[in-house]
Design a binder for this molecule. Structure first.
Ligand SMILES: [Zn+2]
Length: 319
């Protein structure tokens, strides 16, 4: 069936009593923001385009794409009458901060890198591959590349030591770092999961991507929804932009799956007083990716993609 998405201005559908859960007509939003939207088939993805960006949505799906990069939405896109609708919270906290970045932000001078896990905390383990053994050399490689690009870099650990989760952003705060990047590798059912994903802090009142999902011990220490304002939420707009820019350059440079920009209230993201993200740079449980992650050349390639993402973010908030 062909569905005509008519431009009816800015329509808001208050279909839920839950706070912050207004539904916004995408056609109205497209018109207000100079995006083109045409005839689409109801059962296929539909697109909104302007000169610089393409958005893709699917009905009943929590995945959207911005310029080919997957973004996790809080609520599935739905059809109300003749309107394709998206949650206002998704527009305000995911889509608009990426499309319309806040500029004139603080110049990035110092970046805090956080190699995940350490000592007795091995992180994920698969086939003898321990996560903590690869996060540190990735951080060291990345530190060298970021320094070569002109940034000052600090690390939350420089050897196989145990650092409490809350001490990691605390160090970044004390050192007045301008960005915080936590580095991890993933574990999932062997043969079923591969690819990269970047997490940023869940906005207040929203649910995290990883609710009900298996996760590393310690990284996930809060499973609730509708949590109040956390210190890291001050940076929500820049958190999601940084996550998007990193996910984009990772997917562009690595031949692996795009697992999207995701949301979590990880302990290392909650109290960071600067834009902060957590990168899952591949799956140790995947027979191909575990060998790549263990290869210094591949890690250098991964680090180069992260540097590109940081530079893209820097350009976006400066201009
Ligand atoms: Zn981890």
């Amino acid at each position: 069936m062909l569905l005509c998405l008519q431009f009816n201005g800015w329509n808001i559908f208050a279909t839920s009593n839950e706070e912050g859960n207004d539904w916004v007509s995408l056609s109205g939003w497209a018109k207000a923001n100079d995006f083109k939207l045409g005839w689409v088939r109801e059962d296929e993805p539909f697109t909104l385009t302007n000169q610089s960006s393409t958005l893709l949505f699917k009905t009943d799906s929590q995945w959207a794409e911005i310029n080919g990069v997957k973004i996790w939405l809080r609520k599935p896109v739905s059809i109300e009458g003749r309107h394709v609708c998206v949650s206002s919270l998704d527009l305000n906290t995911s889509i608009e901060p990426i499309l319309f970045p806040q500029t004139n932000q603080v110049t990035i001078q110092t970046i805090c890198l956080d190699p995940g896990h350490g000592r007795q905390d091995t992180g994920g383990v698969s086939g003898g591959y321990e996560e903590k053994r690869y996060t540190l050399p990735l951080a060291e490689e990345l530190a060298g590349q970021l320094e070569a690009a002109g940034f000052k870099v600090i690390l939350t650990r420089t050897n196989d030591t145990f650092v409490e989760l809350e001490d990691r952003p605390a160090l970044a705060n004390r050192q007045k770092a301008n960005l915080f990047i936590s580095l991890h590798f993933n574990i999932g059912p062997p043969g079923e999961a591969r690819g990269v994903e970047v997490y940023c802090l869940t906005p207040p009142k929203a649910s995290s991507t990883n609710v009900g999902r298996w996760g590393h011990i310690g990284e996930i220490s809060e499973w609730g929804v509708n949590t109040g304002f956390l210190p890291g939420n001050r940076f929500d707009n820049r958190n999601v932009l940084l996550a998007y820019d990193l996910q984009k350059t990772l997917v562009k440079n690595l031949t692996t799956e795009d697992r999207g920009v995701r949301r979590a209230r990880f302990a290392v993201l909650r109290t960071a007083e600067m834009p902060a993200v957590l990168i899952e740079g591949g799956f140790l449980s995947d027979s191909v990716e575990q060998k790549e992650i263990a290869d210094p050349k591949y890690r250098a390639h991964l680090a180069a993609a992260i540097v590109q993402g940081v530079l893209a973010y820097q350009r976006a908030v400066k201009s």
